[in-house]
Every structure is written in structure tokens, then in C-alpha cells.
Ligand binder design. Structure first.
Ligand SMILES: [Zn+2]
Length: 153
């Protein structure tokens, strides 16, 4: 540990931040103290960050004249799940229709049914990507509308 690299300094500066939140283990704290004893730049950084954090924590809370609405994390996850579920439903629908179409149009002979089903695979994948793109566009358009509606309230 004789040589210090900027990667080390980056890591220990992260430790400084984590220590402010009480998220450092005993070993990490000891390593941080050892590094700060050797590295003047990180020591100065730690002093500055700790002073800034103390000022911020001691500052009185201010009431705002307007509400701030942040998008719900749960809502974003739910939207992603909706898109994934819609995509999965499309895959199942297209896959079933390909199989049903192959069985219905194949005349019932075994080899021709297998050939039709295997040739339907690339079409199913391309269609899913297009549908996903459409769903993402629709979802982001809905997000923009939601933001405008919230801002108007
Ligand atoms: Zn350092």
C-alpha cells in the first residue's frame, strides 16, 4: 500500500461520504483513517465534505410555497412490468397464431408442420421488437402527459 493511485483516492473519497451516513464498517473506517493520514488531498476533501454536510444538516428546514411532485418509483416499476407483460402477451399471441396457422394450413402432415413452425421463428422476434418500440414510445408519451398534468395542478 505504498503507492497511492487516483482510483484509491476515488474509493476513499466514497468512504468519506459513506462515513457521514454511518455506512462504513470498522475495517473500512480504519482504512480511511490510514489513507487520510497519508494523503493530504483526500484529507482536505474530507474536511471540506464534513464541513459542508454539517452546515447542511444544521440549516433550518424551509417550507416551499409550491409542492414538488416526484415520480413514484413504484409507478415506474409498475409501468416497466406492464410493458414486459404486454410484450410477453404479444410473443405468446404471435407464437400461438404461428403454430395454429401452421397446423391449420399445413394439411396435417408432420414434416410440413415442423418446417412452417421453424420458419415462423424470425418473424415472431422481429414483430416483438417493433411492438416493444411502440410500447416504449406510448409509455414515454404518457409519462410526458402525466408530468404536464401534475405541473398544471
Ligand atoms: Zn487520496
Amino acid at each position: 500500500m505504498g503507492q497511492r493511485s487516483s482510483t484509491d483516492c476515488d474509493r476513499f473519497r466514497g468512504y468519506v461520504s459513506a462515513s457521514l451516513d454511518g455506512e462504513l464498517s470498522e475495517v473500512e473506517g480504519a482504512r480511511l483513517d490510514a489513507h487520510l493520514g497519508l494523503c493530504a488531498a483526500c484529507r482536505a476533501y474530507a474536511v471540506d465534505v464534513r464541513r459542508t454536510a454539517r452546515v447542511l444538516r444544521e440549516a433550518p428546514l424551509e417550507d416551499l410555497d409550491f409542492p414538488i411532485v416526484l415520480p413514484s418509483r413504484r409507478l415506474a416499476v409498475a409501468r416497466r412490468l406492464q410493458v414486459a407483460a404486454a410484450a410477453a402477451a404479444l410473443v405468446v399471441t404471435v407464437g400461438l397464431s404461428a403454430v395454429v396457422g401452421a397446423v391449420g394450413g399445413g394439411g396435417g402432415s408432420g414434416p410440413s408442420t415442423n418446417a412452417a413452425a421453424s420458419s415462423a421463428q424470425p418473424v415472431k422476434l422481429r414483430f416483438t421488437e417493433d411492438e416493444l418500440k411502440m410500447l416504449y414510445e406510448a409509455s414515454s408519451a404518457r409519462d410526458r402527459l402525466t408530468v404536464h398534468a401534475r405541473l398544471a395542478l
